[in-house]
Design a protein. Sequence first.
Length: 366
Amino acid sequence: MSKRAKNINQETALLPLPGIGGGAGYSPLKKQEGGVGVEKKGKFRRSGHLTDQMLKYNYPKDRQPSLFDNLQSETLKDIEVAGVEVSQIVEGIKLSPSETKVIDCLCKLLHETSQTSDAKKEDYYSGNSKVEINPETKKPENLIEYGGFLEIAPKIAFTLYELTREYKGGEYVAGKDIENVKQILTELDNKRFLLSYVETTRKKDGGRIERKIEDFRKLIQIVKISQTEYSKENIELSKKEETVILLNPIFRRQIDSKFILYPNDINRRTIIAYGSHNLSDIALRLRDYLIRELSSKRYQPEINLDKLYYLLAEKWMRESRKKKVKEYTEKALETVKTLGLLLSYEIKTASTGEPKVVFTLNKEWE
């Protein structure tokens, strides 16, 4: 190794991410019990497959075959029926920051309203709403074709107020807040995503079964229910409005073994750590990436710096807006540090000669 390369390794604690700010790589905080705004209130499970799809990205230097060369004919037909231009399709779940917050809330509601103790039962992580029989198929409405098999789609019922309160981190909910969340749900209901991944089941003899999942569908399907009770004199006695949502099966697939634990108040804590309700996509993606690494007991994950930028902001990187990516990454690093999730990071030289980031995570983070 050259003298210059050695110096890079030795001095990383004093250097910023290349092109970011003027400060050093983050050094450890004073000991925090889990980070800012922490109240020990339990945790909820988010599907590991769901998180993987949300963090999916394509790195230009990785030589990969065209996405559509390997798609199944059924998937291509679903895309055609949906009337979506093939050029507009991207693999994985690309969400806005607001949509990510709503998905977190729905994962929490699914956890809280479901039977979560017996994975062998059909109602495991299947929600709290009564399942009706589809008059056309004569099958339960929450039984849908997914990856070539009939799978359970969780069905949850809640009021928009409940969801909005979670979305705002427990803060005061105004009418405009409820309308905002309603709009986010509606927009999500109009989007389809291309999911492609492998589900692996370990066998007792040491072998494994791999099942390829490929699907093009919505993440959520909304059914609104309004129930009004009248007296025999036709006088309105009460009115109950709730929202019922059918979730994509990925919300529960293998959630007994492949899941990521999130604090119940993760939205609230992220809002406080970021300093605003208007969270950036980069901050949320960095948070989720580090929580996934922590969940896998990788306490010192490392990643090529350029790859990190693509993971956090692929669209901006492809638009040559790297300066903006660096600026938002600096803010994201401050956020996960304030959360208590990140203790420190260093910039080192990879074997390729390119800079890589080595994170040190807080093992005790809750």
